[in-house]
Design a protein around this ligand. Structure first.
Ligand SMILES: Nc1ncnc2c1ncn2[C@@H]1O[C@H](COP(=O)(O)OP(=O)(O)O)[C@@H](O)[C@H]1O
Ligand SMILES: O=C(O)[C@H](O)[C@@H](O)[C@H](O)[C@H](O)COP(=O)(O)O
Length: 158
């Protein structure tokens, strides 16, 4: 979890590979209307995110029922979004990639062709609710190298 540019996709994909499990890229589950909205610089609302979270929850639930591991990248900015995902599998754990606005803005700019404009970073940071003490997971420093982040998550996952 984390705001745009924090490294969810790259770290998530590397983690899934290291664990030998399926990777689900949360961005791929947004409907075209959500993508168009973000592309136009308009933040998503709770209502916009509802169906998206449901489709991600369905992937989580299917993996849990099948007893298969899964790594999923998802902004999961608010506590209630994470509650929605956790309802699909109470064993779900979150890795929050935390860092400074400037670092994320720089990365988003450098990324080029992605639909997400840097203009949406402030609304993402405003919506972000960090992991709370009763939420299983860990908080990581976005400045660390991707391989270090993967190793830290693997270690925490046991
Ligand atoms: N830990 C990191 N160190 C250096 N660069 C990173 C790191 N994590 C991600 N990046 C780079 O920053 C950009 C944004 O990463 P990305 O994984 O797309 O973030 P998100 O999915 O959270 O928006 C990409 O170009 C990626 O290669
Ligand atoms: O809930 C949201 O507002 C979106 O999911 C958003 O948080 C997400 O960050 C975008 O899909 C951009 O994709 P990246 O995070 O990969 O930049």
């Amino acid at each position: 979890m984390g705001v745009s540019g924090s490294g969810k996709s790259s770290v998530g994909a590397a983690l899934a590979e290291a664990l030998g499990v399926r990777f689900v890229e949360g961005d791929d589950y947004h409907c075209p209307a959500n993508i168009a909205k973000m592309r136009a610089g308009v933040p998503l609302t709770d209502a916009d995110r509802a169906a998206w979270l449901s489709s991600l929850a369905a992937e989580i639930s299917a993996a849990a029922v099948a007893g298969q591991g899964l790594v999923l990248s998802c902004s999961a900015l608010r506590r209630r979004y994470r509650d929605r995902l956790r309802a699909a599998d109470p064993g779900l754990r979150f890795a929050h990639i935390h860092g400074a606005r400037e670092l994320f803005a720089q990365r988003m700019q450098a990324r080029g062709s992605h639909f997400m404009p840097v203009a949406l970073l402030d609304s993402q940071l405003a919506a972000l609710e960090p992991l709370q003490p009763d939420e299983a997971g860990l908080t990581l420093d976005a400045q660390d190298a991707p391989a270090e982040l993967v190793a830290a998550i693997k270690k925490a996952a046991g």
